[in-house]
Design a protein around this ligand. Structure first.
Ligand SMILES: [Zn+2]
Length: 178
């Protein structure tokens, strides 16, 4: 605790704040000017974007998306897991989307990891994870694999408009994978 006789400096309270405290503060400011757009839960552009969780990838800015336009499904690598299919199924069947955009990116943290990661984890904690790491060495190939998983899913009624891209974290450009 700071000495109460010392005037509180600008740094003292900030040092005690966690990142989550800062996020909550930012939210209070956000809510001051927030306007309810009156949108419902169905994405206006009828699209679901599946992308890596990478911190350098600002999907709204990079794709010109507005609030309410799109579902955004993110995970490590932007890979199409069972849980991604779960979200896409709800997106299409309950919330009216019909297009899917998949985005991987250069410099991904999953590039260079291998399934050894799972083995090492098991050795360390004594429990084998149920999930696959979904690491890859071939970026383009993994985008194709992901597109294939979406296109062949029996749960998805809309698989005609499924496109995959690699986002370049240095240029900000998307490169389409065919
Ligand atoms: Zn990534």
């Amino acid at each position: 605790m700071p000495d109460s006789s010392v005037p509180t400096s600008a740094q003292a309270p900030a040092a005690a704040k966690t990142i989550t405290d800062r996020l909550v503060e930012a939210n209070r400011e956000y809510a001051v000017t927030f306007k309810d757009g009156g949108m419902d839960a169905r994405p206006v552009q009828k699209v679901a974007v599946v992308a890596c969780m990478d911190a350098r990838l600002d999907l709204f800015a990079a794709l010109g998306l507005e609030l309410g336009d799109s579902h955004i499904i993110r995970n490590a690598g932007g890979v199409v897991t069972d849980d991604t299919i779960r979200s896409l199924t709800i997106s299409q069947r309950a919330l009216g989307t019909s297009s899917v955009v998949l985005i991987h990116h250069t410099g991904c943290g999953l590039l260079g990891l291998t399934e050894d990661f799972r083995h090492e984890l098991e050795l360390e904690v004594g429990q084998r994870p149920q999930w696959a790491v979904e690491a890859f060495v071939d970026l383009d190939g993994d985008v194709r694999q992901s597109m294939q998983r979406v296109r062949t899913s029996p749960f998805l009624p809309h698989t005609d408009d499924v496109r995959g891209f690699v986002f370049d974290v240095h240029t900000g450009l998307l490169r389409e994978i065919h």
